[in-house]
Design a binder for this molecule. Sequence first.
Ligand SMILES: [Zn+2]
Length: 219
Amino acid sequence: MLLQTLREQIVQIGLRMVEDGLAHGAQGNISALDVETGLIAITPSAYPYYLRKAEDICVIDLQRNLIEGKWKPTSEIALHTIFYQKRKDVRAVVHSHAPNSTVFGVIGEQIPAVLTEAAFYLTGSVPVAPYACPGSDEVAEVTYAAMGECGSAAVMAHHGLLTVGDNLEHAYETTLAAEMTARIVIMARSMGAKEIPLDPVEGAIFRIIREYGLATRTR
Ligand SMILES: [Zn+2]
């Protein structure tokens, strides 16, 4: 079986995503790039997380051709391949329907980077990409444009969250960091906070960028 380890890791990350309340059924999608072969392991379309085994994960190439697998790849295939085509630092992509992050996608407001804990994973506030039809090339393009060449996360308006990383664990931890930050901001505002000071976190972000660089954030 091609890319067996990556396929097994994708099954595990999918189960964690359901346990963490960031997706249910077959919502969301996950992929990882194998640099040696240039092939991508990616979740299948409409096949529930709790039924998935390694062989249910699809293997595609960068041109979106199915190389191995018994199911059709996710309809959000373009949302994944655009990052592997345009950014050399991206080896994994996680798209979830993380509810607290999606609140910011509904009101059209970026998630402010208010937690030092999140600074390692989020390189600043999380931008919101404008709405585009799920599964379209357009949704891939607007999400890529919102995240930019150095970002690690973007909220998709009226839809969900997308994060990238240099491996699956890193991309998923970035999802958790964005979601925790969104939750804390919502809670702070529910207690009446209007302005949340960002200065300490910006200091933490700049220190991390100085120390690790933007493209070499490994755990
Ligand atoms: Zn989605």
